[in-house]
Ligand binder design. Structure first.
Ligand SMILES: Cc1cc2nc3c(=O)[nH]c(=O)nc-3n(C[C@H](O)[C@H](O)[C@H](O)COP(=O)(O)OP(=O)(O)OC[C@H]3O[C@@H](n4cnc5c(N)ncnc54)[C@H](O)[C@@H]3O)c2cc1C
Length: 346
C-alpha cells in the first residue's frame, strides 16, 4: 500500500461520505468539507431496488453492488451504533399482461434468482393494492433512512478524520492548498452543484429535480413497499413516502402543486385508501445522459479527482463504487471504463 496521504473531500452527501469512509479504512488522512445544506442525499427515499421494472431487467452491475452495499451499510451501522439499513419486501404491481409475461420468463433464469421470487397464487390475487395484472416480489430490496445515515456517518467521520461545515470557494483552493493546509489530493463530490466546478464543469452533469410526499394512511399495508408508476414506502406509524417526480432543466428547490398532483395521481394506481399529505420535499439528482457516474482524475491536474453523477441511485451505487475508486487512488487499479470520466475527455 502507498504511504499515508491527506485527502480533502468536497461534499458530504452519500458520495463524499462513502469515499471518506473507504479512505479512512485504508488509514488515509481525510478532511471533508460540506456546506451543511444538502438537497439530494437527505431528500432521497433511499430505496435499493435491484430490478428495472416494465422491461424487467437487472440494474447496472447489481450483482456487484447489492452484496457490497449490504456489507457496507451493516458494517457502518455497527461502527456508528445506529440503525439506517432496512431490508424490505418490494412488491411490483404489474402494469400490463406483457410485463407479467416478462417476469414469468425471467423468474426461470438462473441470473435473476437473487432478485426475484417465483410468482405465487397469493401474488396473483394480492388485494392490498389495486391489482389488475398480478404482482411479483423482489429479493434483496431495502431502504436506507437518509437523515439517520447522514447524521451517523458525519459523526463517524468527525471522530476518525475532520469534518468542516463550510462552503468551499473554488478561488481559495490553490493547487491543493486551502485555508493554509496542503492536501495531497482533492476529491470533488458536490452532487448537482458540481456543475459549477472550475475543473470538472465541462463534464455533462445534469440536474434532475425530484419531489416526494410523506403521507399518512390508515389502510395502506406497512409490511412492504408497493410499486407501479410510483413507490409507496412504509416509514412506520402509518406514514409513507411516495414518489417521485422527474423534472429537467431547473434548479428550483421549491415544492410545487403540480408535482403533488402528479404523485397523488400515480398513487391512485396503487391504492384507493384515503391519504393525508403531511409533507412534501424537493431535491436535485446529479444525473448524466449516459446514466453512468462521473469518476476519475483531471487530465492535467493529477491531484484533482471527481466522484459524482450517481444519478437516481446514489445509495445503491455508492458503497461499491467508492471502494473501487479508493482502490484506484491508492493501488492504481484501473477504473471501470463505463464510469471513468476519460470517456468525455476533450
Ligand atoms: C426525490 C429524490 C428521490 C431519490 N430517491 C432515491 C432512492 O430511492 N434511492 C437512491 O439510491 N437514490 C435516490 N435518489 C438519488 C440520490 O439522492 C442521489 O444519487 C445522491 O444523493 C447523490 O449524492 P451526492 O453525494 O452525489 O450529492 P448530494 O447529496 O447533493 O451531496 C453533495 C454535497 O456537496 C456539498 N457541496 C456542494 N458544493 C460544495 C462546496 N463548494 N463546498 C462545500 N460543500 C459543497 C452540498 O452541500 C452537499 O451536501 C433520489 C433523489 C431525489 C432528489
Amino acid at each position: 500500500m502507498e504511504r499515508k496521504k491527506n485527502y480533502l473531500i468536497v461534499g458530504a452527501g452519500v458520495a463524499g461520505l462513502t469515499v471518506a469512509t473507504h479512505l479512512i479504512e485504508k488509514e488515509q488522512s481525510v478532511t471533508v468539507i460540506d456546506s451543511g445544506v444538502n438537497h439530494s442525499s437527505i431528500i432521497a427515499a433511499g430505496m435499493i431496488t435491484p430490478l428495472v421494472f416494465r422491461r424487467i431487467t437487472k440494474g447496472w452491475r447489481v450483482d456487484d453492488f447489492v452484496p457490497a452495499l449490504q456489507q457496507f451499510y451493516r458494517k457502518m451501522e455497527a461502527e456508528t451504533v445506529s440503525s439506517f439499513y432496512h431490508p424490505i419486501q418490494i412488491r411490483r404491481m404489474f402494469s400490463s399482461e406483457e410485463e407479467r409475461g416478462l417476469w414469468i420468463k425471467k423468474q426461470a433464469r438462473e441470473d435473476f434468482q437473487n432478485f426475484m421470487y417465483q410468482i405465487t397464487k397469493a401474488d396473483e390475487i394480492y388485494d392490498r393494492a389495486l391489482n389488475p395484472f398480478g404482482s411479483g416480489r423482489l429479493k434483496n430490496g431495502a431502504y436506507i433512512n437518509p437523515p439517520v445515515f447522514l447524521s451517523a456517518m458525519k459523526k463517524w467521520i468527525s471522530n476518525n478524520g475532520t469534518l468542516l461545515t463550510e462552503t468551499l470557494d473554488y478561488k481559495t483552493l490553490e493547487d491543493g492548498t486551502f485555508n493554509g493546509n496542503h492536501y495531497s489530493d482533492v476529491i470533488f463530490c458536490e452532487g448537482y452543484q458540481g456543475k459549477n466546478n472550475p475543473w470538472f464543469g465541462y463534464l455533462p452533469l445534469n440536474q434532475t429535480k425530484g419531489e416526494t410526499l410523506t403521507i399518512h394512511s390508515e389502510g395502506i399495508p406497512e409490511d412492504e413497499s408497493v410499486n407501479r408508476k410510483c413507490f409507496i414506502l412504509p416509514l412506520g406509524n402509518q406514514q409513507f413516502k411516495v414518489g417521485s417526480t422527474y423534472e429537467w432543466h431547473t434548479t428550483s428547490l421549491h415544492t410545487t402543486e403540480k408535482a403533488r398532483k402528479i404523485i397523488l395521481d400515480k398513487a391512485a394506481h396503487l391504492t384507493n385508501e384515503p391519504i393525508a399529505v403531511i409533507d412534501q420535499a424537493a431535491g436535485i439528482r446529479p444525473t448524466v445522459e449516459d446514466r453512468r457516474p462521473l469518476i476519475g482524475t483531471h487530465s492535467e491536474k493529477k491531484n484533482y479527482h471527481i466522484f459524482n453523477g450517481l444519478g437516481t441511485k446514489g445509495y445503491l451505487l455508492a458503497p461499491k463504487l467508492a471502494e473501487e475508486f479508493v482502490d484506484y487512488l491508492i493501488n492504481r487499479t484501473t477504473l471501470n471504463k463505463e464510469m471513468d470520466i476519460k470517456r468525455f475527455e476533450r
